[in-house]
Every structure is written in C-alpha cells, then in structure tokens.
Design a protein around this ligand. Structure first.
Ligand code: ADP
Ligand code: MG
Length: 343
C-alpha cells in the first residue's frame, strides 16, 4: 500500500459540520472558528446563544497555552527549561501540571511516552525540517541525555539535567483540548466539537441530541475509513503517516521515536486512535501505544480498560477494543478490511 504525504493534515475529520460559519438559528445558533495554533489547524464549533464568546474564550486559552509550551518561542516555559543549563526554572502552574502528567504517564507506560526525547527528534531533523538519518554512535550519545528520570519537578519548579530537553508535543494538544472544553462547559455550552489538528474533543451531543459522527482517517490514502459515533469524549490519533520523510535508502521515517532505540517506530502499526473522556489521556496513550506495538498495546489495555482504542495495521488489519465495536462502522469501500476485536 502506498503512503501519500498528508503532512499536518487532520487524521480525524468532523462530519456534519461546516467550516467557519455563523448560522442564526434561535437558541441553537452555531458558531465556528478555524485558526492555526500549536503547529496545526484547529476548528472549534459550538452551539447555543452564547456560542460565539465561548468559542473565542476557548481559542484564547489555546493561544495562552501555546505561548507556555512552544519549544521554539524564546519566551515559553519549555524554552526556558531547555536552555537552563541545569538551573532551576520556575514555570506557570499549567506547565507544571502538564509536565507532571507527562512524567506520570512516562512511568506508567514504562518509558514508551518519553517527554525528554527532543534531542533525538532533533537529530532526525523533525524539529528543523532538515531530515537526515543519524549515525548509531550519534544516537547512542544523545540517548544518554534522554530519560524522564532526568527531570525534577517540585511544585512549579523544574530542574533538568544539563543537555536534556523536554518536548510536551505528544500530550500538550490533548491537555489543551481538555482546557478548552472546560471553558465551553463553564459557559453553559452543551453541544460543541473541537477539532485540534485531527484530535477531536466532543462536548455533549449534537444539538439534536444524536451522537457526533467522527471520521476515522485511512492512514494510507487520507480518505475516511470509517465512522465512530460518540458523545462527550475525546478521540485522538497518532500515526507516522502524518509527519515523516523518505530517506536516501527509500525508507519511510516517521516522527514518533522509540525511546529504546532512538529510531522512528517501525512495528507494523499505521495508526492508533484512543477514545476516552480526557483528551490528555488519549493524547499520551495514542503516542505511547504506537511505540508499544500491537501485542504490548493489547496487554496495556487489558491491564487498564479505562479507554477504548482502534489500531490500524500496515497490512490493513484493524484491531479495536470491545467497548467501541458497536460505535464504529467501516465505510462501504473498506468493508473488506478485517476487524479483530480485543477483549
Ligand atoms: P501529533 O502531535 O502529530 O498529533 P503525537 O501526539 O503522537 O502526534 O505526538 C508526536 C510528537 O511527540 C512528535 O512530533 C514529537 O514531538 C514527540 N514524540 C516523538 N516520539 C515521542 C515519544 N516516544 N514520547 C513522547 N513524545 C514523542
Ligand atoms: Mg499523542
């Protein structure tokens, strides 16, 4: 199967909702804003008389968090930590909360989620756009700087071993989605859909009370492979097809790194989607399960069972957990794909 470059495109599509629009429709007026933030395209859509100010407030929150967590913005908390040369840095409480969560999930996933992978990611050029295949000796040296045990977090104080760097890219958008959803809920919104670069955060149901229909993207062609019907949950997908480069050797190198080897993950998984109430859990797990591979991802689910997942394999097989089976349907062109239920 041929992969096409759909770099930075959404891996989930919202269905049944238009673009930036403002429909005057009594109490359930729709307001939608599309914008670029956190290195991706976002579309927030909410319904109700107060939809517009609520969506704008949620958008402001995203911008505020982006300023804290950007790896490149010289005024961000993450930048300060990454250039601290071992000195203690005082950060915003939101940054401390996110890092604390990322470190917990790193431990919980046995280092599959590795918030200090940044130096290795940079060596492969994913942060600069100048992609290259680093030498094994270079990777071995860089891996010495990697490890979630090299970060000390005490309340709002972070100390990072010299040379080490943090990157909250694998959890930040999920966490930001939760924050944006909370703002909408606090403002009384009961129907909204946030599309955060393909990560979906659904608030309540559609205004008519029916489930949201979230499209699951075909990692090979970019088409819509199937539909997940959900309410009040986040749906987050990780895949190496979103950001990758093709080396001089003709191999595909993706942006999710196996911290055990320093190499892009190559384990037969094309994408992992995680469905749960919290976006931060979905985001952390979609990346970590991708690193774990099919067998370990199934074991991890059996030990936790606080989320649902859909794995699409490079060979076209689909694995999904039993709780999402009845909410997921394949589109007609994909009916021949084999669905395996994990229980
Ligand atoms: P995306 O951000 O594209 O939606 P993910 O949530 O899966 O996808 O996050 C991938 C990003 O996380 C990479 O671009 C990189 O910045 C970072 N990353 C890569 N490998 C790991 C890893 N093993 N653990 C934590 N972060 C990682
Ligand atoms: Mg993630």
């Amino acid at each position: 199967m041929k992969k096409i470059n759909i770099c930075c495109m959404m891996c989930m599509l919202m269905l049944g909702i238009g673009g930036c629009s403002w429909k005057q429709n009594q109490d359930m007026a729709e307001h939608s804003e599309s914008f670029f933030a956190m290195d991706t395209y976002m579309t927030f859509t909410a319904y109700g008389a107060d939809a517009e100010p609520a969506v704008l407030a949620a958008q402001d929150k995203i911008r505020e968090l982006e300023e804290l967590w950007s790896v490149t913005d010289k005024n961000s908390d993450v930048y300060a930590v990454n250039h601290s040369s071992g000195q203690t840095v005082t950060v915003d409480w939101k940054t401390a909360e996110l890092l604390s969560y990322a470190l917990d999930m790193a431990e919980e996933t046995n280092g599959a989620l590795e918030p200090t992978i940044y130096p290795v990611l940079t060596a492969w050029g994913f942060t600069t756009g100048e992609n290259r295949v680093p030498a094994e000796t270079e990777l071995a040296e860089l891996l010495e700087k990697v490890g979630y045990d090299k970060v000390e977090l005490n309340n709002d104080q972070i100390q990072m071993e010299p040379g080490g760097m943090i990157d909250l890219g694998a959890v930040g958008k999920g966490y930001a989605g939760d924050e944006a959803a909370q703002i909408l809920r606090e403002r009384g919104i009961t129907a909204a859909l946030l599309d955060i670069g393909g990560n979906i955060q659904a608030i309540g149901t559609k205004p008519d009370g029916s489930d949201w229909r979230v499209g699951l993207k075909d990692p090979f062609s970019g088409g819509v492979l199937g539909i997940i019907q959900v309410s009040d949950v986040a749906v987050v997908t990780s895949g190496n097809y979103e950001r990758f480069f093709i080396g001089e050797d003709g191999k595909v190198y993706g942006h999710i790194i196996d911290p055990a080897t320093g190499h892009p993950v190559e384990n037969g998984i094309a994408s992992v989607s995680v469905i749960a109430s919290e976006g931060k859990l979905c985001d952390a797990l979609s990346t970590a399960l991708f690193v774990m591979g099919l067998e370990n991802a199934q074991d991890y689910w059996r030990q936790h069972r606080n989320y649902e997942m859909i794995l699409i394999m490079e060979d076209g097989d689909i694995y999904l957990t039993e709780g999402i089976r009845d909410s997921f349907s394949l589109n007609s062109e994909y009916r021949n794909m084999k669905i395996n239920v994990i229980d």
